[in-house]
Design a protein around this ligand. Structure first.
Ligand code: MN3
Length: 251
């Protein structure tokens, strides 16, 4: 399935320098494929599409309520998908017009920014949805991924505390991110304040926590810290761990 194998590679064609690049090794593709079934980010014509959720809107309750997930997915995420297509359409139109109109790229800065903003939002939300699941008590990564987390951050508790504190402290809207740096073979915690800006060239996001208010306001109002603490119960560590296994093969 071409779409699946090129997953985030496609978005690298947009303005997202931290997206996956390269193809999924065939040995891994079969293992990984089920996790991307709902995550074709583009259709066969290259148009961005909204991936279905891998669970029902109410599946994350009580950590995140049904209404928030529904609005977040069907309105906010959809908005990024539509915005990315509009930006690409306008850039395509400008390229075509440039043959006869010397001013065709007058708005190129605007549309490149729009493309970066919406493609980044599309990619980050797609990872966000996949790396969540129904609440589990004492939800921890397992086996080799737990071992890697411990090696990089000395313990799971210390790792989560840093991720939680960093995410709560994000100024304004943004994201907390666990990422992998292929060039250093390190797991790293990063934050994104404006997701249209590249937050760390060459780092590949494995787990992202959305802290734009739309992600939590109905449940938690201004209590971002409560939302970030609670989200630990709904992290799908198997998915995060598979992302890690895959990205390690890239570098
Ligand atoms: Mn969001």
């Amino acid at each position: 399935m071409t779409n699946r194998r090129t997953f985030l590679q496609t978005s690298a064609a947009g303005a997202v320098a931290f997206a996956f690049s390269g193809t999924i090794p065939s040995a891994l593709a079969s293992t990984y494929e089920p996790f991307f079934l709902q995550s074709d980010l583009v259709d066969s014509n290259g148009k961005y599409i909204l991936p279905g959720l891998p669970y029902k809107y109410e599946a994350l309750e009580p950590v995140i309520d049904r209404k928030t997930v529904e609005i977040h997915h069907s309105k906010h995420h959809k908005g990024y998908v539509d915005g990315a297509n509009i930006a690409e359409d306008n850039l395509r139109a400008a390229r075509e017009a440039s043959e006869r109109d010397s001013n065709a790229f007058a708005l190129v800065k605007h549309w490149e920014r729009e493309l970066a903003f919406h493609v980044s939002g599309h990619v980050l939300h797609s990872i966000y949805w996949e790396t969540l699941r129904t609440p589990q008590e004492s939800n921890r990564p397992k086996d080799s991924f737990l071992k890697s987390i411990t090696e990089h951050f000395s313990s799971y508790e210390r790792f989560w505390m840093q991720l939680e504190k960093a995410t709560i402290a994000v100024e304004g809207s943004g994201w907390g991110v666990l990422a992998y740096q292929p060039f250093s073979k390190k797991l790293t915690i990063l934050t994104v304040e404006k997701h249209q800006d590249v937050f760390s060239v060459g780092a590949i996001p494995l787990l992202v926590i959305d802290v734009w208010e739309h992600a939590y306001y109905l449940n938690y109002q201004n209590r971002r810290a409560d939302y970030v603490k609670a989200i630990q119960k709904i992290i799908n560590w198997e998915n995060v761990s598979l992302r890690y296994d895959y990205t390690k093969k890239l570098g």
